[in-house]
Design a protein around this ligand. Structure first.
Ligand code: ADP
Ligand code: MG
Length: 680
């Protein structure tokens, strides 16, 4: 067996299981080694029945005392029972619908059972325990990995396969980290890390192994981003001619904030320079990024170039189209709209206008990327809410021009400074850290369930004052036994029982995009009072009339995500509110949510999020267009991140093409492979 051995060749894996495993991205032995546990169960302690703690899963060592018997209770239900005996006590073990245990359990043989021990009077009992022979333990007496799963793949199956892969192939994993990096950062070998990240010998071994796999991945990612950035330096762009900013400012209905003015100056310097711009503007919601983007488009037009402006949703594209038409049409700029929902004839017309240069600024969605779109003279690409686009999509659009166009990305997701370089490693960053004057800060409250009645009255009051309300739930549909509020059921309850007199609608990510847009449009038009939603409203929709956001099960959300959600209100001139509902009284949770109530600065909130929950959240949600990280769940330590970044920078400074490290370069390519081939 080697790293390339397909999983179908593993004992116990047939075509159906192989297919289920492939859904997790697992096709070969090597894939298994890189599929890291999300958690661990400590099964090291093995008890005698008489001493086992009750009510928590434990390992028990015992002999089978009498043959198991099976009784058929009714159709579809059989119960097998057997007695087991330890050194100082006995217990009864019960299995539901597992008739095979009659053959599997041999009288007189010693087994280890893993499960909960319960006591009924003087009798001890275990129900449906996992078990294996005591003379060849695999899943007991050790720290067990707990893997992310999918239908048809149990944790025992995965752990069994991983164990085999570790035993046979861990030594074959290539150590692609440069030796000096490994030494300088005191990292264990690749082999050690793969063995102990899956089946740790003890806590210390696990910490060592984990540090290595996290470092490896963050280092590879850092190299990739730094590589993209350094490679940009040598291409020639298309400089725009200089222009008087005053002429543009005269078009604005307001005076720019200092931060906006600074951003515009930085843009002008980039856009009139010889190298193509690659700049990110990060600014909290409402900080006025649109006006800054409009300035860039205006400069492009002055130079005779077209601009593409890409938004992640139809609604946002339409909103931008309207805002920018109003702002820029007086300067003679022809603004167009190209989205997926246009009729075929309209699309053809839009394409023709782009190809002939009759449109100067085309606003749109992903449709701007589609094959048939030709540009007469594309000079600038703007993407809004950048985190919804991958690095690869960004480069797909830039390849539409003969010479690389300038690229401006705008994001309202504040990223802690320690992460910004990594996440936006291939971009220069401008931060707009000032809101336009006259905004009233949103008031945020954390309440318990027992105040719901009062809160409902407050909802009514807002609606009576002609405002609108968002209600955010963490789930779409009700899961079994779940205490989480689910959009569909909760919306029904609100519409029928709580607010029968109000207009309630709902939206979530599983709806068809046309249906979603229709509901959002109705809400934007004021035809809906209360909108129940998942986090799909997180992305920049602008409904200034909404004055209240209620967030159910608020403890379920990360701080940065709460901040994004809260940004949907407070967009008009009236006082806005955010109410967090949570009955979770764990002190860390309370502290986190209270911090959120007191803080409105998105950057501070992001820093706090990083401090409390580690960088996993920032990587895990795939929000930022980064490749998915396999070790994201393990990436708890910001120090490793800083070390990995620094090591990558040092290495690239000595060898910008990584030509001495072909294995590392291959890993970089592989990590970014889902983004298309962007390193050519
Ligand atoms: P975001 O950064 O979230 O994209 P927008 O560009 O949509 O923010 O701006 C939010 C609102 O603030 C818009 O209604 C816009 O017209 C207004 N605005 C932007 N800049 C200023 C300013 N300097 N003074 C007053 N209002 C402004
Ligand atoms: Mg915006």
């Amino acid at each position: 067996m080697d790293l390339h051995t397909p999983l179908v060749e593993f004992p116990g894996v047939g075509p159906a299981r192989a297919k289920a495993l492939a859904k997790l991205g697992l096709n070969t032995a090597g894939d298994l080694l890189e599929y890291f546990p999300r958690d661990y169960e400590d099964r090291r302690q093995i008890y005698d029945i008489s001493e086992a703690p009750e009510g928590i899963p434990v390992c028990i060592s015992a002999l089978v005392a009498a043959p198991a018997t099976t009784a058929r209770i009714r159709k579809g239900l059989s119960i097998s029972k057997c007695r087991i005996a330890g050194d100082f006590g006995t217990a009864e073990v019960t299995f539901f619908n597992q008739d095979y245990v009659r053959q599997a359990l041999t009288v007189g043989q010693e087994y280890i059972f893993y499960g909960k021990v319960e006591r009924f009077g003087s009798k001890r009992q275990m129900t449906n325990p996992a078990f294996e022979r005591a003379d060849k333990p695999r899943f007991t007496g050790r720290i067990m990995p707990v893997y992310p799963l999918t239908a048809g793949v149990s944790n025992n199956l995965l752990a069994g396969l991983a164990l085999r892969a570790v035993e046979e192939c861990a030594a074959l994993v290539e150590d692609y980290l440069p030796p000096q990096v490994r030494q300088e950062h005191s990292l264990c070998t690749a082999e050690y890390s793969r063995c102990h990240v899956h089946f740790p010998g003890d806590e210390e071994a696990l910490a060592l192994a984990r540090r290595r796999v996290v470092f490896e991945e963050l280092f590879t990612l850092s190299c990739g981003m730094a590589f993209l950035r350094s490679r940009r330096g040598d291409v020639a762009g298309q400089p725009f001619p200089r222009a008087d900013m005053g002429e543009f400012l005269a078009l604005l209905p307001f005076a720019p904030t200092n931060a906006q003015r600074r951003a515009m100056e930085e843009l002008a310097a980039d856009l009139t320079g010889e190298r193509p711009m690659n700049r990110l503007i990060q600014g909290d919601v409402g900080s006025g990024k649109t006006a800054v983007a409009a300035y860039a488009a205006w400069l492009a037009h002055r130079g005779g170039f077209q601009t593409a402006m890409m938004a992640p949703t139809e609604i946002l594209a339409r909103q931008h189209y309207e805002t920018l038409t109003k702002l820029l049409a007086p300067a003679g700029i022809r603004v167009g709209l190209l989205t997926g929902s246009l009729k075929a004839a309209q699309k053809r017309a839009a394409h023709a206008a782009l190809a002939s240069g009759e449109v100067d600024l085309m606003v749109g969605t992903h449709a701007l990327l589609s094959a048939g779109v030709e540009w007469a003279n594309l000079g600038l690409v703007i993407t809004d809410e950048q985190h919804r686009f991958g690095v690869g999509q960004r480069s797909a659009l830039t390849s539409k021009a003969e010479k690389p166009p300038h690229v401006l990305v705008m994001s309202a997701t504040p990223i802690p400074r320690t992460l910004a370089l990594l996440i936006y490693g291939d971009l220069d960053v401008t931060i707009i850290d000032e809101l336009p004057p006259g905004r009233t800060p949103i008031e945020t409250y954390l309440i318990h369930e027992n105040k719901r009645e009062r809160m409902n009255n407050f909802v009514r009051k807002q609606v009576a004052e002609d405002h609108q309300v968002y209600v955010i739930c963490p789930a779409v549909e009700e899961g079994e036994g779940s205490e989480l509020k689910a959009v569909t059921a909760f919306a029904r309850e609100l519409a029928q029982k709580t607010f029968p007199d109000l207009r309630v609608a709902f939206v979530h990510g599983k709806l068809k995009s046309a249906d979603k847009d229709q509901v959002m449009a109705a809400f934007a038009a004021g035809e809906v009072d209360v909108l129940v939603s998942t986090t799909v409203v997180e992305v920049g929709v602008d409904v200034p009339n909404a004055s209240l956001m209620v967030i159910e099960n608020a403890d379920r959300f990360g701080l940065s995500q709460l901040h994004q959600l809260r940004g949907r209100v407070g967009r008009g001139q009236w006082q806005s509110y955010c109410i967090l509902l949570s009955d979770n009284d764990a002190p860390e949770t309370r502290e986190r949510l209270k911090y959120f109530c007191q803080t409105t600065d998105g950057f501070k909130i992001a820093e706090k999020d990083l401090e409390l929950r580690g960088p996993g959240d920032f990587f895990g949600q795939r929000q930022h267009g980064l490749p998915t990280l396999r070790s994201a769940d393990l990436a708890g330590d910001t120090r490793v991140l800083k070390e990995a970044q620094q090591a990558a920078q040092e290495l690239l400074a000595t060898d910008p093409d990584l030509s001495a490290y072909p294995q590392l370069m291959a890993r970089v390519r592989r990590l970014f492979s889902q983004e298309g081939d962007i390193f050519n």
